[in-house]
Design a protein. Structure first.
Length: 387
């Protein structure tokens, strides 16, 4: 179920990655103006224009396929072969049609950065730039264009290396967060199963044994059978009380426990965590429980949906017109749209806080980021920083 729930987010991330690659690729297409202008007004014959146009179209098509459809499943040797074909096309067109076509080497450098793994691309991008310099010296007046193309070739190639690394890191981080969330859910299920087994194993075994005894005592010893039935009733009531106590313990988190859990979850997800060391003591149980649930929900949203790099949690007391309040603030620097839509989690938190006279506010802050602010009243609690 977790995988199915994460599919829309995964599809959205994939769409953003494709958009980023298309944008970065499209930025450099304006350099094609030089060879196009040379075809139109460069004084070439009809045959040269036709062959030049066909060569340019083949070059651009090969370039776009290489850049936009490159994935981790492609073999590096095949990508290197494709880049070799692209470099050969750029060399042939530059040598036959003139210096305006040297700009095609910029596209070869960009394709190297976008299609090859980083350790290899760090060599092929400078290699492509060196080939550009060699060909420019062989083309009439090519050195006049050389200085204007060396920097774009190097910058474009290394920029695409960075974009590829950023996309790969984002994908790995998303997978790590999904794994952390799944492991946390599995651990919670195992903990509940273990506790319920410890609570009910002995009681159910005793109930089974006494039921068998009562069955054997009937009808010869009804009084002794009745005593066994009474014992069964007592054991059953005690087991029910134990289960209720266990479930109540699951449903009533504490602020110190949730702060420790939040620090562990954020660290495991690769999010820099800034949390208070301690929580205020002697809080009303209902108020502490409501804030603990708010902290758990907020941190869960940060880990699973926000894409944040930093999360800050503060706990402080404040004086309002309605009296003293304890304020919990959870702020991250992730994408606000991922958590801003009200859902069951925020709705449930609002109901919990309203039940103890508190309030909840959640929404985007500044240019990027999301903030959850929960307040509960502190009747009779002294003001002061919870440090």
């Amino acid at each position: 179920m977790a995988g199915g729930a994460d599919r829309p987010a995964r599809a959205a991330d994939d769409a953003r990655h494709r958009t980023a690659r298309v944008v970065w690729t499209g930025i450099w297409l304006f350099y094609l103006g030089a060879p196009v202008a040379d075809l139109i007004g460069g004084g070439h014959g009809t045959g040269a224009r036709v062959l030049g146009a066909l060569g340019l179209a083949a070059f651009v098509a090969w370039y776009l396929v290489l850049v936009l459809r490159t994935g981790p499943e492609r073999e590096t040797s095949r990508v290197l072969l494709s880049l070799g074909v692209l470099a050969a096309q750029a060399t042939l067109l530059s040598l036959t049609l003139g210096r305006e076509w040297l700009v095609l080497f910029v596209y070869v450098a960009i394709a190297s950065g976008a299609a090859l793994p980083g350790p290899i691309a760090r060599w092929t991008v400078p290699g492509t730039t060196a080939l550009l310099a060699v060909v420019a010296n062989a083309v009439p007046d090519g050195t006049a264009y050389l200085l204007g193309l060396l920097i774009p070739a190097l910058m474009g190639g290394f920029a695409m290396i960075g974009v590829r690394a950023m996309i790969r890191t984002t994908v790995e981080l998303r997978e790590a967060r999904a794994t952390v969330a799944q492991l946390a859910a599995n651990e919670e299920r195992l903990r509940m199963a273990r506790d319920l087994h410890d609570l009910l194993g002995h009681s159910l075994s005793l109930i089974t044994l006494k039921s068998e005894l009562a069955g054997r005592m009937l009808p010869d010893h009804p009084d002794r059978a009745a005593q066994q039935v009474a014992d069964i009733e007592q054991v059953g009531r005690q087991a029910l009380a134990d289960v209720r106590e266990a479930v109540s313990g699951y449903r009533r988190p504490t602020l110190p426990g949730e702060l420790a859990g939040a620090r562990t979850a954020l660290t495991a997800a690769g999010v820099a965590a800034d949390l208070p060391v301690d929580a205020p003591e002697d809080l009303p149980q209902e108020a502490e429980t409501a804030l603990a649930w708010a902290l758990r929900e907020a941190v869960t949203n940060v880990v699973r949906h926000s894409g944040a790099r930093r999360c800050t949690v503060t706990l402080r007391t404040a004086q309002t017109l309605a009296g003293a309040v304890l304020e919990l603030s959870v702020t991250d620097d992730g994408a606000p749209g991922a958590a801003s839509a009200p859902g069951n989690g925020l709705t449930g938190l609002t109901e919990r806080l309203e039940a103890v006279g508190g309030t909840l506010w959640a929404g985007p802050v500044a240019r990027s980021g999301f903030r959850l602010l929960a307040r509960v009243p502190l009747a009779g609690h002294p003001l002061g920083s919870p440090s």
